[in-house]
Design a protein around this ligand. Sequence first.
Ligand code: HAM
Length: 419
Amino acid sequence: MITRVKGTQDFLDLDLLTFLADTTFAQCELYQFKRIETPIIEHTELFKRSLGLQTDVVSKEMFTIKSHDQEQNPADEICLRPEATASLVRAFVENGIDQVPWKVFTYGPMFRYERPQKGRYRQFHQVSMEIIGATSQAHDVELLLMLDRLFSDKFKLVNYALHINFLGCQEDRKKYREILYAFLKKHQDELDGLCKDRMEKNIMRVFDCKNQQCQEIYNKAPKITDYLCSECAGQWQAVQNQLSLLSVNFSVEPKLVRGLDYYSKTVFEFVSPDLGAQSAFAGGGRYDQLVSHLGGRQDQPSVGAAIGVERLLLLLETVKANLPLPQAKAVRVIIPMGQAQQTLALLLADELRAQDMSVDVLLDGSFKHMMKKANKLGASHAILIGQDEQDAREVTVKNMVTGAQERIAQTALAGYFKK
Ligand code: HAM
């Protein structure tokens, strides 16, 4: 047997996933976001430049593809996208979009070579939403409001929290990195190898360490929000005030830095203890330099977020009973008693489907077997056609719930189900 690739999943029942996607898309459209699509393959350089060479995603988790173009030009490496923000910014720049804010969202698979576990896959899906050209910090607040209302009102989630932090501007981070470095230097001997390495290469990522001993040190570390310039301090305060006024609950997490290099200022994650170790089911933040970094003519301060679909799906499973999932359509089956009635069965099914009635024609096995199958399918009615019915230009309609049967004219069948 050839099995599926490690870290991927088959989705055999799409009901909840479809509800998740439709509800999320409707929410995005309510806030005037437009759905777009970008390719799943991109130049690896796009992610190296935007996420950063030292990030886990770029340094360890890329699915690169050997292409013929690369044989001609070794720099022309392509990969499966690990996230969508870089692609959406590329699309903004490459297509010369000049209407800002550009509010877009996209849905599709992402690929990261991670160690698979519950809620962590190598192929997973995101709904990614971005506001490119979003100068005011109130955009961050509106985005968080959109997500929070989606999770609480539309998906009826209760056991989750919004964590936020503020990473300041480039100058703030430069200053803070030095302050953090001086602090960590004093505790160097107590840090593990990975943290010592991060301290030199990408110092703020030390906070993502899983080691308890390191975390105890980081709990006492200086907080970036205590070292913001006056403009950033004002913006940080405004974000918190507006969230409170809009009744969006949040907790400030000084150690939240997020694993991608493009972030500045507001960063956030929605987390739930119901998910176990992989607790974040959405995350995002502001990225004020990425557009110019990817060749845009001018800086476009921007903000965005991505929902991890598989993780949100795990949460929806727990509250499924409270969700307004669409009712399954009534199923009707047509059962021709013999081969001689099969053509008539197909003709009648064609007529019903032309009127948007969903019908299944059962063609194999004995009558008893077909009736069992009709029950298994949850059919509301079975339409039985024997030689007798065929000769009389009629059918027998059996109500599968009550067991009641009646003969009706073939020409009256669609009207019978409509009433
Ligand atoms: P991210 O935090 O890397 O951010 O991913 C967003 C969400 O995708 C995570 O919170 C998680 O739910 C889900 N996710 C990530 N990796 C996996 C995985 N291996 N398996 C299952 N789910 C996963 C971004 O990707 C940014 N592009 C978000 C953003 C948009 N920032 C600004 N705009």
